[in-house]
Design a binder for this molecule. Sequence first.
Ligand code: PHE
Ligand code: ZN
Length: 880
Amino acid sequence: MDIVSTPATAEDNLQMADAPPEPKAPAIIQRKDYKPFPWLIPQTHLSFELGLEKTRVTATLTVERNPEAEASPTIRLNGDGLKLGEFKCDGAKCSGHTMDGDDLVVTLEGDSHTLTIVTEIDPSQNTQLMGLFASGGMLCTQCEAEGFRRITFFPDRPDVLSTYTVRMSAPNAEFPVLLSNGNNTDSGEGEGGTHWAEWHDPWPKPSYLFALVAGDLVANSDSFTTMSGREVTLNIYVRDGDLPRTEHAMESLKKSMVWDEETFGREYDLDLFNIVAVSDFNMGAMENKGLNIFNTKYVLADPETATDGNFDAVEGVIAHEYFHNWSGNRITCRDWFQLSLKEGFTVLRDQLFSQDMQGEAVKRIEDVRVLRSVQFPEDSGPLAHPIRPDSYREISNFYTSTIYNKGAEVIRMMRTMAGPDAFRKGTDLYFGRHDGEAATCEDFVRSMEDGAGLELEQFRRWYSQAGTPVVEAVLVHDGDTAALTLKQTVPPTPGQVEKQPMPIPLRIALFDRATATHRGEELVMLTDAEQTFTYEGFAEKPVLSINRGFSAPVTVRRDIPQDELVFLAANDDDPFARYEAMQDLVTDYLTQVAAGSQDDAMRAAIGEAFAAIMQDGDLEDAMRGELMILPGETYLAEQVDAADPGRIHEARQGLKAWLGETFGDQLRALHDRANNVPYGQSAEARGARKVKTLALTFLAAADADGTAKRAAGQYDAADNMTDRQGALMVLAGLNSPERTARLMDFYNRYRGDELTIDKWFATQAASLHPNVIEHVKALAEHPDFTMRNPNRVRSLYMAFAANPQGFHAPDGSGYKLIADVILALDPINPQTAARFVPYLGRFRRIEAGRAKLMRAELERIAASPTLSRDTHEQVSRSLG
Ligand code: PHE
Ligand code: ZN
């Protein structure tokens, strides 16, 4: 309340005295306030007496003064909802401690002490899935970022590295397998049907990398010989019936281990590497030292239940978590503002790995598509933040596409500027220089300067400035000279109104129209607000191909005639640039249609390019598929001010229908041809599956009845999930008898298989069906739906929130539905609840009518008196 402008009457004062205290806004943590922790914790000993409803934790910490920090008479041990049981200092009861909020603050007189702390927790009540929680009868932990403080009192910050020894005891029958980080050093039988195990991790680590698992699990076991000849045992632990679905994950792990040795010179450093799959998990997976814990979604895969996309995701996430052993664990983060140090770099590493496994061009296009449909909207909205943020209230909210994907792009630019060999010198220096440390983004940049020979002074702006730069490109031809003028602007973002120019590396080529060739690519560095680059010896005006390979994460607005885009879509030898030309062509057309003007000549040009792509015998199907995919509605909405999602949807569907109608014969022929390729993992077979379903999506827009039959045929004949789910997805959007029958068949066929039933929910929630909202509401009442399982919640509601025609229903019912989900989920799982807020937070970029409805839902959420810190922060930033 503003006491200055509102003079309070005596009555007001009385009421104010009676009113409950205003809920306090959670504290803001600032990057500039970083101070080293005053104490070191050389040894951490944890003893767990495990039970689903009651687990007793005894932590024994050796503490020593940190000679490199400002001395403090007290040590602050973070807690979150913990009750302190026993507390001892140097083996004796002691009184020099108090609670400060959730934290335990202990006064310490000497320079080194041993603290013993007992806490008792109830994992079965832990619906947040942070700390120690129960999942399907097993117990497991999730500690990043601040979950360890829900297990015991500890300096729960990534710059406090400690050597962990863990003892677990548990009833043998329920928990035959007991795992923690490092090596299993001892085990035995206890009393009353219990057993115990001891684990020791020789590598000092921050608390967020601690992990423990206890359960009735079976392992797929294998081994790997490292480059220096050490034998590593590999285990993937799953529930009994899931064992046959672990082979792909195991192969992916071994490939990752070889690749990191060959590409980055990184060898694994323990004799054991364990992976455990759990069904209830907030994120994809977690890189705990020697004991990675995974969402089942990123471990289990077989052709019957996993799509090609699922197979790739398993490979990518297995690699990502494995690569963290060096970029994350051996070198960790000094504080959470440095999160992109490990995440951006590790995403780049997993992207490069997947490029090598699956082919560079298609993987690059997929990665850019994710960046543009998720990160660009984030960067242009109220939640925009630099890859190294300056402040936060709840760190869980900063596990964002900006930190991960833009962070990867920023390091990729360094690699582009240095070239792969010099880049490797930079990473070698980084790994060598900072091994065993909690480092900063600045440390990484300096290693790149010193090791890769880059000059990165101005480049550091990529770490501090948010917002996607826009580059305007104009090519002028005069006599013999082509002059390329590039202008950049970095849009204002919350808290950053004024921006400095960024250094932007753009790979370009100038094509000779007649021969469809160029003289070689070059890397142009745009460093100023505006620069002109001139090229001699062009008798004719060349065609500009720019930001090839997506060398910089920027939006390029090129002033280029339509026929040149058509030329590039047909002829560019850089596959990304070819894709981009097609996307630009379609984007220009669709944004015009959405704005009310229909250019038939332009549509005809698109049709010609589309037909050429379908018929190009030199193209692999995987790439053909990429070129055929129309830009997504979220991306299209980003290209205009005050977007009307309804008109964008209609425009895009209209083009699909026209293409489906005009090229029906070719699309049916493509579908037939692809249908005859037998199932397999070859690039050819995978490509065929991709274009097969894609062909259906165009045909469905033009001819619902005929395509329903065709899709049903694909469904019925399917011997793999890619074809089956693809067909089901098409059917789910159609009002046809085939739809209901196949949806029922799918459910009955896979009933009880969690991950596949997730697909059943997601396919319906993401469908183009006009009644999708009613379907989602009905599915929420389905006995298989639960708010307790994040995969299930995401498969129903995230799929819906990302479905523009449902979410953006003109009457606001989609917004209300998602707001209701946030309110209902917040008390159960705030981290997952908060992840829905950005969908509503985009209102400033949407036309006024819908924007008002979106904003009203945000305000309704904000009015709830009991919001979690997670949701509170996202809603208040969104309302700004
Ligand atoms: N660090 C994990 C990863 O990117 C992500 C994660 C964050 C998982 C927080 C759980 C909790 O690999
Ligand atoms: Zn990661």
